[in-house]
Design a protein around this ligand. Structure first.
Ligand code: ADP
Length: 633
């Protein structure tokens, strides 16, 4: 057997194996485009090697020309593959050069099949025989090179420039890894290009009487890539081991902290969760996990909130936290907090959300108990306030009742008359009806205040709130000789809050203010309540009195429970008021006025079209009540 056939076949086989390997890598990981490009290089090299062998064995000028023509096809994949591989693997190839080269190669390939005998030659008159490894092989004899060959020559030189430029740019980045790659991969390809291309050009231009020798220099690329690939494989296995170690350490730390880890690949709909995360949902360790395994276990009321948090995480790209209740069959309900963030995996574009899960059932219970306590306290506060107001409220009730009685007596007298004046009788009955409504209103308000109830956050018109409060306190103010004025900046001012709880706060503050102005002469007993829009999100209600003000040393402790300067005081009014305002996410502050008296400021959220009571969900007693029910069931 001939040495030429053996050597060229071995090179072709090596190239084919390398091509198959890289195709496999790409098939397993479609993002590995550099491997696909290298597979094109290797298959191209295998084809070029086979055609070189065919050319060396050609028995006529026509046959030799025929193989030269077909040579352009694998040569296209070899060169374009190399150019793209350099761009992807080294990352430093110039894009415009790459595209110019690709365009030139496409032009050459297409015109090659449109002309006779091929792109490179105008005519091939004869072939010659030379000796290689002791064998006679065919090379080109008399032939006329086509003028268009200049295009191929320019393309060939540009290819070498492109590879060298990419390798030098990578070398300049300076890291050891980059320099090794630049030298091994860039160097080997540049060397292969230089030898193969220069040799081919010289042969085509008739300056060198040898066969085209692309295959032997390709061996160098083969060795260089083999070396780099083994390094990549070694590094990948070391990284995998390290990753496994750090994953185990992370899981250990997470389980020590009672945290469950999870991730969700939205594109592939794949859910991954650690043992702890699964057990928090009452799931065992076996089998793949799907969103539909978890969703039915999340409390129905919380599903919307969970999905809202997921969307918010996607829209903002920020970490989001959401609390929800999980009902696993046969288990007590559990409160969990999930914290997670969206990530977009480049370049596949796959969307992932990763996060941690922790159980907060105990904290939730404590929170509920606190809420319950706050509710009790607020209720007790209301009872004590109403206790103080009993006489004035009785007076307020007595007024319409007395009016109704006198109107009823007047009606009886009217009926005894020979001619009943129906118009007057109707007017009397209407008066009775109106007084009845007034009395019913007083009773309703009292009932609302007496009830022990959770917070009910709603859109709350401030004008109506101030009207409610001042009608409860009006008589008390008159009795004490205090001028009580309420004013609202705009009738459209609407807060987000609980009507009864905020009424309680204002009543407390106004009654304190009335207490504060009590020692003053009647002309100086003034209490003003003014509501205004503080900014886009907040409303401020200021209660200003003309009393003696608050001594500066007392100011820091005034909101402390049981702080009182009144002989019969409990010292709970301000403490309760502050907790109520804070449960609305608001603030309650106090300052002394520049001239006389003090001003208490209640700042509460403004109701806007975008806002919803959902924002306050976490704080609202209603949610807690729901949670409690869920825990009980
Ligand atoms: P109580 O009214 O039962 O004393 P509060 O918590 O409502 O309980 O008030 C605590 C103390 O704060 C009052 O005893 C009083 O000394 C002081 N205080 C409250 N409001 C005013 C005010 N407008 N002017 C001066 N002092 C005030």
């Amino acid at each position: 057997m001939s040495y030429v056939t053996i050597v060229w076949s071995v090179i072709a086989a090596g190239a084919l194996v390398l091509g198959a390997l890289h195709t496999l890598v790409w098939l397993l990981d479609r993002r590995a485009l550099a491997n696909l490009a290298f597979a094109s290089v290797a298959f191209g090299a295998a084809g070029v090697t086979a055609l070189e062998l065919a050319m060396m064995n050609a028995s006529s000028a026509a046959e030799w020309g025929h193989w030269v023509r077909w040579y352009q096809l694998p040569n296209f994949f070899l060169i374009v593959g190399t150019v793209v591989f350099i761009k992807l693997y080294l990352g430093t190839g110039r894009a415009w050069l790459m595209w110019t080269l690709i365009a030139l190669r496409v032009t050459i390939l297409l015109s090659n099949f449109a002309v006779e005998p091929n792109f490179n030659f105008e005519r091939i008159d004869s072939i010659a025989q030379v000796s290689l490894f002791g064998e006679q092989i065919s090379i080109v004899g008399d032939a006329t090179t086509a003028p268009r060959q200049w295009i191929a020559t320019v393309a060939a030189l540009l290819s070498i420039v492109y590879v060298l430029d990419a390798a030098i740019s990578l070398w300049r980045t300076g890291t050891a890894d980059a320099r090794r790659k630049a030298l091994v991969v860039g160097g080997a390809i540049a060397f292969f290009f230089a030898i193969a291309i220069v040799n081919t050009q010289l042969v085509v231009w008739g300056l060198l009487k040898t066969p085209t020798l692309t295959a032997p220099p390709f061996l160098i690329t083969l060795v260089a890539m083999g070396f780099e690939m083994s390094r990549d494989t070694l590094r990948a296995s070391r990284l995998a081991r390290e990753l496994h170690e750090s994953e185990r350490a992370l899981q250990l730390a997470a389980s020590a902290a009672g945290l469950g880890l999870w991730s969700w690949d939205v594109t592939r709909r794949r859910l991954w969760a650690t043992h702890r995360a699964r057990s928090l949902f009452g799931l065992d360790d076996t089998g793949p996990l799907e969103p539909r395994d978890l969703l039915p276990r999340i409390s129905t009321e919380d599903v919307a909130r969970v999905s809202k948090a997921l969307h918010a995480a996607e829209a903002t790209g920020m970490e989001q936290e959401v609390e929800f209740c999980v009902h696993a069959p046969g288990d007590a309900p559990r409160w969990l907090v999930a914290r997670g963030r969206w990530e977009r995996d480049t370049p596949s574009g796959r969307k992932l959300i990763r996060g941690v899960l922790r159980e907060v059932t105990d904290q939730h219970r404590t929170q509920e108990e606190l809420e319950e306590l706050r509710r009790e306290l607020a209720h007790a506060g209301r009872l004590s306030t109403l206790g103080q107001l009993t006489s004035t409220l009785a007076h307020e009730l007595r007024q319409p009742l007395t009016a109704m009685l006198s109107n009823a007596q007047a009606a009886r007298l009217l009926l005894r008359m020979p001619h009943v004046d129906r118009t007057e009788l109707t007017a009397i009955l209407e008066d009775i009806q109106r007084d009845n409504s007034r009395a019913a209103e007083v009773i309703d308000r009292l009932q609302a205040m007496l009830k022990r109830r959770p917070m009910d956050i709603q859109a709350l018109p401030i004008e109506a709130l101030l009207h409610d409060v001042s009608s409860i306190l009006r008589n008390d103010a008159v009795r004490r000789g205090v001028a009580l004025e309420t004013s609202v900046e705009a009738a459209t001012l609407v807060a987000e809050g609980d009507r009864v709880h905020l009424s309680q706060v204002l009543i407390n503050l106004i009654m304190n203010a009335m207490d504060a102005v009590a020692p003053m002469p009647p002309s100086r007993r003034r209490v003003a309540v003014h509501a205004r829009r503080a900014d886009a999100e907040w409303i401020e209600i200021a209660i200003t009195d003309s009393g003696a003000g608050i001594p500066t040393d007392v100011l820091p402790t005034i909101f402390d429970p049981f702080f009182t300067t009144k002989p019969a005081g409990m010292g709970m009014g301000l403490a309760i008021s502050r907790t109520i305002v804070e449960a609305h996410r608001g603030r309650l502050t106090v300052e002394n006025n520049p001239t006389d008296g003090a001003t208490f400021r209640v700042v509460i959220p403004r109701f806007t079209a975008g806002s919803s009571s959902g924002q306050l969900d976490r704080l609202s007693g209603e949610t807690i009540e729901r949670g409690r029910q869920a825990v009980r069931t």
